[in-house]
Design a protein around this ligand. Structure first.
Ligand code: XLS
Ligand code: NI
Ligand code: NI
Length: 443
């Protein structure tokens, strides 16, 4: 990939980031991410399919509930929306190509400021900026991993979009949804994401949950039918999150989403996009969410980041926890990777990280964390006794009556007879510490 610049260079102090290996002291080099290195039969870059995200990296300036963000971006200087949008896109593609990121992701409103545009005006703005994005994609080879609609920031969506209790508001959201799907298709987006946004409730007292969920399913069916009719062949991803901004988000976790997709006949077209920090907010591990998705054949994509052990909100920090990511990569590799998706950095530098180069450091760390964890997980799976030890715990299902049980060939009477004859079963250790030691040994 070669670096693609616009009229000006936004990050002149940083060149293209290369792999230099773990002995390098260069903070602007990969220590572990060696794109072409073969792991478990294919290049790392094809397993991980890294994506840069537009919202945290080029839009968010570090604002929090206590004040505006201190991060200053030159691409915000132009006075008009189109000027700002093209400047931002120049900066974004300079960054993607310097980082060797093969993909990117956006919300419609990240690409160009919505201001108080009508649907028609916003559609025209999107036409303008997606024309420019097409040029940038062609010049760089960077591809769109997924697009989505921001149906949660504008105050009109305060009561939700696809779950809004008021039909005209849902229809207004539908108009924006259609534009975002059009933009994704136009840019050859490989997938389309639905993150719940404000799809949930703040109080159950004023909420008809059944009506809202039935409507939501209807809305997803419409979106899918429209996209398919217009040639979209990728997957739709639902991104689970248990809370924030609503008290209860309907896409609580992967198990909830899986049940919802099955109930409403959406499971063939929809997979999940699992975000690390959303998993931990739901009191699950990242690994757990991936496993639930893999077991239900809906492991679509990953939003990479990490939370903070000392608080309980969505801090979206860059991933750096090798142990957590290695456990996740075990599931990832055993599942054969992702269906359609990639690893998108839904992560932001800290509010106080105000140097322009800091976003490079965040992504280098995140990419190295995933790369290293992928290598370690592959070694655990191929060189250690990990799989064998786990299989041993389940060996009694492999033959005899245990096997008959799994095949549905035993009645409860027969089971009880066996159970009576067995007497007090042998005590067998779960050996958790041994499993944990194996992980650390290979890190
Ligand atoms: C917010 C979500 C959001 C989605 C895209 O918590 O993670 O960023 O990834 O709408
Ligand atoms: Ni996300
Ligand atoms: Ni998040």
């Amino acid at each position: 990939m070669s670096v693609v610049l616009g009229d000006k260079e936004y990050f002149p102090s940083v060149g293209q980031i290369q792999f230099e290996g773990r002995d390098s002291d260069n903070p602007f080099a990969f220590k572990w991410y060696d794109a072409e290195r073969i792991v478990a039969g294919k290049p790392m870059k094809d397993w991980l399919r890294f994506a840069g995200c537009y919202w945290h990296t080029f839009c968010g300036q570090g604002h929090d509930p206590f004040g505006p963000g201190p991060q200053r971006f030159e691409w915000n200087n132009p006075k008009d929306a189109k000027g700002r949008a093209t400047a931002k896109m120049d900066a974004a593609f300079e960054f993607f190509t310097k980082m060797n990121l093969p993909y990117y992701c956006f919300h419609d409103t990240d690409l160009i400021d919505e201001e108080d545009s009508s649907v028609t005006e916003f559609g025209q703005k999107l036409d303008f900026i997606t024309d420019y994005a097409k040029e940038k994609q062609d010049a760089s080879g960077v591809k769109l991993l997924w697009g989505t609609a921001n149906l949660f920031s504008n105050p009109r969506y305060m009561n939700g979009a696809g779950t809004n209790p008021h039909f005209p508001t849902l229809a207004r959201a539908g108009a924006q949804l259609k534009l975002a799907i059009d933009a994704t298709i136009k840019l050859n987006g490989e997938n389309y994401v639905f993150w719940g946004g404000r799809e949930g409730y703040i109080s159950l007292l004023n909420t008809n949950m059944k009506q809202e969920l039935d409507n939501f399913a209807q809305w997803l069916h419409m979106a899918k039918d429209y996209a398919r009719k217009n040639g979209f062949e990728g997957y739709f991803f639902i991104e689970p999150k248990p809370m924030e901004p609503t008290k209860h988000q309907y896409d609580f976790d992967t198990a909830t989403v899986s049940g919802f997709l099955n109930k409403y006949g959406l499971a063939d077209d929809f997979k999940v996009n699992i975000e690390v920090n959303h998993a931990t907010l739901a009191s699950h591990t990242f690994q757990h969410e991936l496993q639930v998705a893999a077991d239900n054949n809906i492991l679509g994509s990953i939003d990479a980041n990490r939370g903070d052990y000392q608080n309980s909100w969505d801090t979206d920090q860059f991933p750096n926890n090798i142990n957590e990511t290695t456990e996740a990569m075990l599931v990832f590799l055993e599942a054969g990777g992702l269906q359609g998706g990639g690893v998108n950095f839904d992560a932001k530098t800290r509010r106080e990280s105000t140097d322009m180069e800091d976003i490079f450091l965040g992504h280098i760390g995140g990419m190295d964390t995933f790369a290293r964890s992928l290598i370690v997980a592959d070694e655990i799976l191929t060189k250690s006794k990990y799989k064998e030890l786990r299989a041993q715990r389940y060996s009694t299902w492999e033959e005899g009556k245990g096997k008959e049980f799994t095949e549905g060939k035993l009645t409860l009477e027969e089971l009880a007879e066996i159970g009576t004859a067995v007497g007090e079963p042998e005590q067998i250790s779960g050996k958790q510490e041994l499993f944990e030691n194996i992980i650390n040994q290979y890190i």
